[in-house]
Design a protein around this ligand. Sequence first.
Ligand code: FEO
Ligand code: CA
Ligand code: CA
Ligand code: CA
Length: 667
Amino acid sequence: MTEHRSPDARFRTSQLEENEGPATNPTDNRTMGEIIAARFSRRGFLKGSLAVSAIAATVSPLAMIAADDARAAEGSAFKFDELEAGIDDRHHVAPGYDADVLLRWGDPLFADSPEFDPAKQSAEAQARQFGYNNDYVGYIAIDGSAEHGLLVVNHEYTNPHLMFPGLVRIVDKDGKKTPELAPLSKEQVDVEMAAHGGTIVEIRKEGGKWQVVRHGKLNRRIMATTEMQLSGPVAGHDRVKTNADPSGAKVFGTINNCAGGVTPWGTYVMSEENIHGYFSGELPEGHREAANYTRLGIPEGAYEWGAHYDRFNLAKEPNEANRFGWIVEVDVTDPNSVPRKRTAMGRFKHEGAESIVARDGRVVFYLGDDERFDYVYKFVTKGSFNAGDHAANKDLLDDGMLHVAKFAEDGTVEWMPIVFGQGPLTAENGFTGQADVLIETRRAADLLGATKMDRPEDIQPNGVNGKVYVMLTNNSKRKDDQVDAANPRAANAFGHIIEISEDGGDFAAAKGKWEVLLKCGDPSVADVGATFSTATTANGWFGMPDNCAVDSAGRLWVATDGQGPKATGRTDGLWAVDTEGAARATSKLFFRVPIGAEMCGPLFAPDDQTAFVAVQHPGDGGEDWEGFGRPSYYEDPSTRWPDFKPDMPVRPAVVAITKKGGGKIAI
Ligand code: FEO
Ligand code: CA
Ligand code: CA
Ligand code: CA
């Protein structure tokens, strides 16, 4: 144990609360979230679907009929019968669809993989099996097929209290049943490290159902121990040199890979998000990285890796943390390729990395920094995408311009270049070159006066309508005097979505226009100030937008993170959100997750006939749900999804959703 680690932090039960930034508001004003939480807990005596009825009852039946009529008349782009919102221990999909579990934590990926044995899990076995807490899901077609390709999946983090038997003990603390977590053994830490990273696995659709091709020759696990190369402006810099790597270019592993992307040239892009949790120990007195690490919340000590591996202990390897917080690019065509950390794309708590080819052939990546009051970024490559020669795109991500967004009150957005020597990014402010600027991207953006946002998550360019959708998940710490046009609600418990139209329809433009597409939350509670269309039903609204996708028809799908019994009275899920015409800002529930889970993915196969979704951290929580009402852990989880076998733990899994009888989804 290190002095920095709070025992509770190791439960990592809420990514929602983890992203406490240094700029967060320390006051204890009652937030909108707490007001709404009180509202839902008062109806805690109501059971499952009754609780949903209670919410529905706040909208008059007449209004609901009118809503249905309105939706029909206004031409929602989505045709499916809406799923009922609610909370229970399993997943649900809209009527007429199948939602089949494709890949679960521990599933074998290779011919020689051992079968999953949760009571005897080892790092060696985990390295040959699907990892934990699936987040981003991408599809890279093989020979252009929509039914045969590589599925790429990020494994964001680990929940030891749900992964390992015998770790949790329930104690009575002030009359409340409280879980305590024993220290992890080195073997368990090694399992955690092997359960992180990503999976590349061949899949094929046969007879309308997706199958994993266990012998696929490109199948691969990326882990927290996989050798990687730092590339771009920071490679070889003194600030990324360590005792183990005097070259400052060879890093082992990637961690906390949240949303991500697939590039136009078919590589897999992983983002490193909450890297602060993996580091513990104290920097040597007066160390030059002190302010840099404070700005990122390093160290948090939520993981025990530093107790077993010096590189995660700041006292022993003060520079190691500068080697994380990057975008990682993986060439999936060679299972032995060395992934590259593309430092030109900046270092922060990277959420997704979705990209699009601009009119002139340069490639534009939209990048969120998920922390309260942090920023929205855009990276534009210097070189152009070469569709005919994939090798020519190999190092496009090493050279380009990183920008940060300033959202003005007049509805314009300016993309400000983050370049050493320009504006305040000079020696006077402690930067000696572009490497310094990139290592401390947040401080550079602070100096440029970027707009402090309500936790930017996934950002999706839409090649069909030419717009860009920015998920802002929530920010309960924003005070009344910190409200601005792009972050219009104080104590923003439910988040919002911004739509950007780049000038001239050019994704590489230096400026654009923006508007709020949607303020989220329960529209029947006036204080929330949600702005779903009136055609949105009591099942259709959501809070906390996080990952998102655009299908090939250009329709927006939004996954959520952080709903539940107290926050919204419903589990997380996947919602279809209209962006066009009179139906704009109408939302419909398509899929929902079991208790305790967050909805990740989502990803549509190129033919729109499959939606892949990732159910992350199922069973993580349940105390607040009347169907369980006690701490959830390995021996006593709030759900044993998806196997529902007494000897199987709850397992994060990727689910493939298809229409019964085939066909495009929601058409
Ligand atoms: Fe990993 Fe920002 O969600
Ligand atoms: Ca996310
Ligand atoms: Ca996405
Ligand atoms: Ca999130």
